[in-house]
Design a protein around this ligand. Structure first.
Ligand code: SAH
Length: 382
């Protein structure tokens, strides 16, 4: 047992089993042992690689989009450009470099980086040392001053803690009687201690109401209350003050049964309970639930579309062509493999094009923005 596992075990002994939401929060955000609080997890030597770390072309396409969103909003002076969970700051640095193509954009914005990790804040400051605009660090979106708000979030929502509910039996069925449906209900999946005193999954004793009854026993649902609440808050701000959110993450487009909790360390899947704080814990993003949360606040939603469709419509292939013209032979191969990783379709560990989705949340008066034409164009040849 590592130090965080011992601390979690002590909490469970005192307070009883804890929810997955609390467990994930402790693993990722514990001030001393939390995964993101203690390390730089990115890159080939780290635990995983994200799109901005693969190629500058990713951030450039997002930068073009956010500049156009600002232009379409009437070029508000004193706007905020925020990023949620900026990692090493590479995406923001690419966005600010192409920000020049939207005249007036860089002069109008202040940058807000929403980041809890002191280690990553330091790396972000280094990457953005020569930023053309002032940079502010925030612990949450509520700290950003009121103004038209343009938000980027790549692989952020998947790091927010989720809850699991299992359709399971409760109490003993009447002796000799039939095992009727009435004995089954949704019970929250909790983390407790097994007979050996190790962390183990179990179920809450009581039944949750308010979840659909139809699914058969054994079903599991994953609900990300924290993500939905955050989406509501962002949508409310965008509707009140103007602006847009561009969200990129892996996930699914329809709310479905099943769960997607995964723990990753050194580019491999590991047991999520084995060494808390030492692996990245995530779930897939439920885009439909987030779209509902945004629309409920009166925001306009475009997408989700696949990352492949979005980046191609924004012109990533033309951008790759321009870069190729100035490239050495070695760089040529890098550009081609980066493009293939970002927009290619296939094994999700090598191709991000399909499992990653892009969704925009905007002020209701915003025009249709580029990138979200629904037809998949992945079969087109050039
Ligand atoms: N967007 C980056 C990094 C994604 S990893 C990239 O694409 O490379 C998730 C990031 O979100 C990290 O920077 C992590 O420290 C931050 N983070 C995770 N949970 C957070 C929370 N609740 N509040 C603020 N930042 C958080």
């Amino acid at each position: 047992m590592n130090a965080l596992a011992r601390e979690i075990a002590a909490i469970i002994e005192q307070e009883g089993p804890i929810t997955l939401e609390r467990y994930m929060s402790l693993c990722l955000q514990h001030p001393r042992y939390g995964y993101y609080m203690t390390r730089d997890p990115f890159g080939a030597e780290g635990d995983f690689i994200t799109a901005p770390e693969i190629s500058q072309m990713f951030g450039e396409m997002l930068g073009v989009w956010i500049g156009e969103a600002w232009t379409a909003a009437g070029k508000p002076a004193e706007a905020r450009l925020a990023e949620l969970g900026p990692g090493r700051g590479v995406l923001m640095s690419d966005v600010l470099r192409v920000g020049r193509v939207a005249p007036g954009f860089l002069e109008a914005i202040s940058v807000d980086l929403v980041e809890t990790s002191p280690v990553l804040r330091q790396l972000q400051a280094r990457t953005l040392e020569r930023s053309p605009t002032p940079i502010n660090w925030r612990a949450n979106i509520g700290e950003i001053p009121r103004a038209p708000l343009f938000v980027l979030a790549n692989e952020f929502f998947d790091a927010l803690p989720a809850r699991h509910f299992v359709k399971a039996g409760h109490g003993p069925p009447q002796k000799g009687g039939p095992v009727s449906g009435a004995f089954f209900g949704w019970r929250e999946r909790l983390i407790g201690l097994n007979a050996e005193g190790e962390l183990a999954f179990g179920l809450a004793p009581h039944i949750e109401t308010g979840l659909p009854l139809a699914p058969p026993p054994g079903s599991i649902v994953e609900i990300n209350v924290v993500a939905q609440r955050l989406m509501s808050e962002i949508a409310r701000r965008i509707v009140a003050d103007g602006g847009a959110l561009l969200l990129v993450d892996y996930g699914y487009t329809q709310t479905t049964l099943g769960e997607s909790l995964q723990a990753v360390a050194q580019h491999a899947y590991v047991d999520p309970l084995a060494a808390p704080g030492e692996a990245d814990l995530t779930t897939h993003v439920d885009f439909a639930a987030l779209a509902r949360a945004a629309r409920e606040k009166g925001a306009k939603v475009q997408g989700p579309v696949t990352q492949s469709d979005f980046l191609k419509q924004l012109g990533i292939e033309r951008r790759a062509e321009t870069l190729r013209r100035k490239a050495t032979a070695r760089q040529l191969a890098d550009i081609d493999s980066a493009l293939e990783r970002l927009v290619g379709i296939g094994d999700p560990r090598e191709h991000m094009g399909e499992v990653f989705k892009v969704m925009a949340v905007m002020h209701p008066d915003a025009p249709e923005m580029p990138g979200f034409a629904s037809r998949s164009r992945s079969n087109e040849t050039s």
